[in-house]
Design a binder for this molecule. Structure first.
Ligand SMILES: C[S@@+](CC[C@H](N)C(=O)[O-])C[C@H]1O[C@@H](n2cnc3c(N)ncnc32)[C@H](O)[C@@H]1O
Ligand SMILES: [Zn+2]
Ligand SMILES: [Zn+2]
Length: 332
């Protein structure tokens, strides 16, 4: 599989990702102890640098963030008193609920933050081995409402493809995201969304499901894994639909997908009138639409259950009303 961003080998089949995620961030026998640097103190009080392990070559997260701070200071984008917290938000390239701070290998961290420059971002990716990509944040990417202009963050350097391993009582899945185009959502143990799906599963409700605001597909994919007969995916944001198609491919074996048939090619970044982009053959009938959920069931057959997972604080009343042809609607 080829990474759609850097054309390298970042994209791996789900079963491969899951097989090594438990050991991916472990220290070796000879790794020095965690530096445990304070995130809030002035950069003047921090060491100049923290060495990598001379045996396995891995770095503590603090060591990588400290290198990034020093580089940003040398580019005059941070001052002497700025500390580690000013660097930005570190995202490990395979997100997994860890009980310990990660030890990082090459190309395993994506930085999201503000007040970078393209030159500094390129230097971070070139000179700090663990940094895979740098994103300038402008807000939550995606579509809040298909009638308004969408927001994108900017990939300044490197590659922004990363994955989250999502677990529930139904099993594990891998959800890849181009993180400058898709909102950040951490995979957590006891995620409330997964608890809602588990409860629906045990009540026998995950048979014919629409994931109305599917994003890269987390909820609908979990319904496929849970043995649903039909799952309809829909999102108005084209990058979300593209990432979902990538995730169908990545999880193909685990989801029992025999064939993915590509139908219409969307032309707009933000879809209004629903377009059937793909459908699959196999254990579950999957349909993928690009369009406004408010219009989805004028094109797709209504489902027994429609899941509505909007951004926090969004008003979902009009969408619930538009999905009333489905037997049941659940706000996630
Ligand atoms: C919170 S995210 C969904 C996350 C997703 N369920 C997951 O777990 O990965 C909300 C999604 O709704 C989409 N969206 C917002 N309003 C929409 C609408 N009226 N019709 C279709 N998609 C919409 C956004 O593009 C975004 O991908
Ligand atoms: Zn890549
Ligand atoms: Zn080591």
């Amino acid at each position: 599989m080829i990474c759609p961003v850097c054309k390298g080998d970042c994209l791996r089949a789900a079963e491969e990702v899951i097989a090594d995620v438990e050991t991916r961030y472990l220290s070796c026998r000879r790794c020095p102890p965690e530096p445990n640097l304070s995130k809030n103190i002035s950069g003047r009080l921090l060491p100049a640098r923290v060495e990598r392990c001379s045996f396995c070559g891995r770095a503590a997260l603090d060591a990588v963030m400290l290198d990034a701070l020093r580089l940003l200071q040398s580019c005059r984008l941070r001052d002497e008193d700025d500390g580690l917290r000013s660097v930005g938000m570190p995202l490990i390239d395979v997100g997994y609920p860890l009980a310990y701070p990660p030890r990082l290998g090459r190309n395993s961290l994506i930085l999201v933050g503000e007040k970078y420059s393209k030159a500094a971002a390129e230097a971070m990716v070139r000179d700090i081995p663990e940094i895979k990509g740098v994103i300038e944040s402008r807000g939550v990417p995606g579509v809040m409402n298909p009638k308004e202009k969408p927001l994108e963050n900017l990939l300044l350097a490197g590659c922004d493809l990363r994955a989250d391993v999502v677990s529930s009582l139904m099993g594990e899945l891998v959800v890849y995201k181009r993180q400058s185009l898709i909102h950040i959502e951490f995979s957590r143990q006891n995620s409330p969304k997964m608890r809602i799906l588990e409860e629906l599963y045990f009540r026998g409700k995950l048979r014919d499901v629409a994931d109305g605001l599917c994003g890269p597909g987390t909820l609908g994919l979990m319904c496929v894994l849970a043995g649903a007969e039909r799952v309809v995916f829909n999102d108005a944001w084209l990058p979300a639909v593209e990432d979902l198609l990538m995730n169908l491919e990545v999880n193909r074996k685990m989801l029992g997908i025999e064939e993915i048939e590509h139908m219409e090619t969307p032309t707009r970044m933000v879809g209004r009138k629903p377009v059937l982009v793909a459908r699959t053959r196999g254990a579950c009938r999957i349909e993928v639409y690009h369009g406004d959920l408010a219009r989805l069931f004028s094109r797709a057959r209504p489902a027994e259950l429609c899941l509505i997972d909007h951004f926090p604080g969004s008003d979902t009343r009009a969408l619930e009303q538009a999905c009333r042809s489905c037997k049941e609607t659940v706000i996630v």
